[in-house]
Design a protein around this ligand. Sequence first.
Ligand code: SF4
Length: 412
Amino acid sequence: MLADLQTNPALLKLDLYCKGARMDDSCFIEEDGGRKILRTRAGLGSGLELILPGGLWTNVPVSESFAERSPYTVHRERGRYWLRYHGIDVVHVQLSPRPNWYDRAILGTGKAMTRIGTLQGTYLGIYQAKVCEYWTQKPMKTNCKFCSVGLNLGIDDADEKSVDEVMEVVRAARNESGITYVDFNTGHYEGDTYLDILEPYIRRIKSELGLLVGVQTPPHRDLKRYDGLRAMGVNRVSFCFEIFDRQLFEEICPGKHAEYGLDHYLEAIRYCATLGRKGPRHEPWVTNGEIIAGLEPPESSIRAIDWITSVGAIPTVCVFRPLIGTDLEHAEPPQTEDMIPVFRRLYEACMEKGLPIGCAPNVHVSLVMLPEECRSLSNRRFPWQTLKLKAMASVFRRGFERRLADRASAAA
Ligand code: SF4
């Protein structure tokens, strides 16, 4: 096991999601330039941001009770950080660097920049607008049972974020952290207003900075709205249906079930996956279907992966984390052994279908295992597809950098 963890960073990343880690007293994360352990948005991350060998960025659970019995500990020795497994050094790890702008406030309003957005891995994540209304529904809240968004807002996130405030943070993250991608996330709002709310932010970012932009919202009832996003230059739409098993979906996501239903989530994914052929040709477009492995049997997660890839979308697979304060706080995280086949299938299904994985420049994600990161969990090799992806990534990166450079010289 120890040798596997040392040579297979994908396995290590997965095992850490499932087991968490304990922090040794020798650690001084913030003093050493690491990122503060935030109670984060979207209900999945709460942990220590690290970079594992192989350049895998991750977010390791350290606050939840299951992490207290983890075989992993994080140690600092002569200024370097190490992961130990049952007391034996496994690998040297790096702290994900905390950018200087994390310590600054917005000019004018004085709000801390981190209340507007934070880096998740190497991209900027913004939980836009007010709290998801499933948390405030009367007579009974209908929030997803794993979610912590209603616990976090107002603590780490500002609930009002003007376009100018967001632009100031995006510029800081672009100039100082080199981000290439901005991800907007909203919950459910009565009247399906989430896309109306996001569009002014998206237009400004696209026209002034040309960065890649993605949106993760509930599936709008008018699917034609996604044609509008595609035309606007949005690069990613993501729909989190979380659970493919219908009964578990209804139990764990009562708001989503009552408001949209699993079928509308699936229809939105199917519809959006066809939009790649439209729109500005220089703007890439991907559709993600997001699930949480560990909330349903692994076979059901695998069925979800096969369904998502069958319509030309790319699965985003999170590992269930029983966050403090949520309805599922006392549930157990999944076992690594049960997760390996799920993440192996994630890689294989994407490669079998020829989906464009790993093509966005400088996008490292800490909260999930990306499909391309799961390669070392599979014995199957896809030489032609791998070559094609490398070529696509290189063409796309060069085009993206050229457009950014043109924009910078036009602005100078
Ligand atoms: S839709 Fe569910 S997961 Fe998303 S913010 Fe609302 S309660 Fe949380």
